[in-house]
Design a binder for this molecule. Structure first.
Ligand code: LFR
Length: 487
């Protein structure tokens, strides 16, 4: 039996998960878990990357102590954020977190230099003001020109572990700098940013083996002998790989974590004018696929409410409070930029309600209910859009990730969608990460089989839609609020 370790770091927490294939089933064991979150200093937002690297080492030391002598290793994190290295391979800047406000107007500024339609035609990537393209556009030019190499966060963590540099494709595509036709960095976009192609070490596909850990690390710490395998390093790419087989159903997926990512897997990009108007993205997936999806603000809203409420309640308790509150009392345009990183999320929700004539949530339960109701309504709207754009009709929404644990939100989603919902596994990101390692090691033949195995290895919960009184009117009300926010 071979051991595989997924390092899976999201915006709010990270973990090292051991995966093994036993009797045709994947078994998971969490080895180490740690908190994550960006730091605010002098008005800027940064990740504590050294701390994250330290936690990976701690997790590997624990794995060795638990008897794992040999393993493969894969790393995934959130997307779009980057690290600049000098010639000696040292980091030359702090790692900005994508919610930093410096890119607030970058999209409009870049649009004066190149039409957004042209960028979408080249890259197929949705317009989000935190895409690497915009972050690099506002980055200090002198500092950028000093960079010998530009890596994404997981590429950098692999580099620290192995000394090898590369730009893994699933994550590199979120830079909004890759050209769909040439399947390489787009020369015109690089020129606009004043960047040289040589600053990027080169694209590498998921499944590529990087080799063993640096001898210095092995000497310094008691670590297992690891073979580092480049996995689908964008967490959403891994989450989508970890979706269980749909068994003949017409399925869309919802990867539910800090973000809600709603979409389908395609084998060709869909970057026409309609897809652009709806702001759907074509992120590159592993094994020749594309993630045609939309970013929805997701559980970040409730994470922030919880934090500002002094972490008095855990997420299950917040869902209970929401279940006791009046349904569809207050609706917000939850996917609007104002909620990306407001000064104070609870006040921002209250302000939005006031502005759009919705009753202002006063209690934490009411605020939580407002978030879940609004998210479910937005899922409905975007799923309908997805059907129109792809010409496919969907009869089930497969929810994976931490949000699959939220029974209230899952049932509410089924009810508002009027369709079946499946929920689980919650660890789909670690599973997708592990699947690439297992395929690359020859333990599993391909992703189709991996998804079958995932389907058979975990309990998946099914939710049937229950009728909601006056749903049509509620849907219209949410759409009105959403449109008002856009105008
Ligand atoms: C989810 C995610 C999304 C990406 C956002 C920012 O964790 O990776 O896919 O759009 O975070 O990186």
């Amino acid at each position: 039996m071979t051991h595989h370790i997924a390092v899976d770091i999201g915006a709010s927490s990270g973990r090292l998960v051991l995966g093994t294939l036993q009797d045709g089933k994947i078994k998971l064991k969490e080895i180490h878990r740690f908190a994550n979150g960006f730091l605010e200093r002098d008005g800027s937002c940064f990740w504590d990357i050294d701390y994250l690297f330290g936690e990976i080492i701690t997790g590997l030391v624990k794995a060795k102590a638990e008897g794992i002598g040999q393993c493969t290793l894969g790393i995934d994190t959130w997307a779009v954020d980057y690290v600049l290295l000098d010639q000696a391979g040292n980091r030359i800047q702090e790692v900005y977190a994508y919610r930093d406000r410096r890119t607030e107007h970058a999209m409009q500024r870049l649009a004066a230099l190149i039409p957004p339609e042209a960028v979408y035609g080249k890259t197929g990537i949705q317009q989000l003001n935190f895409n690497t393209l915009y972050q690099l556009f506002v980055h200090d030019r002198e500092e950028l020109s000093r960079a010998d190499s530009i890596l994404m966060v997981p590429d950098y963590l692999y580099y620290l572990l192995t000394g090898k540099k590369g730009n893994e494709t699933t994550n590199a595509s979120t830079m909004q700098l890759l050209n769909l036709d040439t399947r390489d960095f787009d020369t015109e976009l690089l020129e606009l940013l004043g960047l040289r192609k040589e600053q990027f070490p080169g694209l590498i596909e998921p499944g590529t083996e990087l080799g063993s850990l640096c001898p210095e690390l092995m000497e310094q710490y008691d670590l297992p002998e690891c073979r580092a395998i480049v996995t689908a390093t964008h967490d959403t790419a891994s989450a989508v790989l970890g979706i269980p087989a749909a068994k003949g159903r017409h399925a869309a997926y919802l990867s539910s974590g800090t973000w809600s990512l709603l979409g389908v897997e395609l084998t060709q990009p869909l970057n026409d004018a309609k897809a652009m108007a709806a702001n759907y993205t074509n992120e590159w997936g592993a094994y020749g696929t594309f993630r045609f999806l939309k970013n929805i603000m997701g559980l970040w809203l409730i994470q922030e409410v919880r934090r500002l409420d002094g972490n008095r309640y855990n997420f299950a308790e917040l869902a209970d409070l929401a279940a006791e509150a009046e349904p569809f009392r207050s609706l917000i345009p939850c996917n609007h930029d104002r909620f990306l990183n407001p000064e104070h999320m609870i006040k921002e929700i209250q302000k939005a309600c006031e502005q759009y004539g919705e009753p202002v949530p006063e209690s934490i339960g009411q605020a939580a209910r407002c978030i879940f109701d609004s998210l479910a309504l937005s899922y409905r709207s975007y799923l309908e859009e997805l059907e129109q754009l792809t010409g496919r009709s969907m009869d089930i929404l497969q929810i994976v990730g931490g949000g699959a644990n939220n029974e209230l939100l899952c049932q509410l989603t089924a009810n508002v969608l009027g369709r079946d919902v499946s929920a689980g596994p919650t660890e789909s990101t670690a599973l997708g990460n592990l699947a690439v390692q297992m395929i690359s090691s020859g333990v599993l033949p391909d992703i189709k089989e991996a998804r079958e195995v995932i389907m058979n290895s975990f309990d998946i919960k099914y939710y049937k839609p229950e009728p909601i009184q006056d749903l049509g009117r509620i849907v219209d009300r949410w759409k009105k609020v959403d449109q008002a926010a856009d105008s």
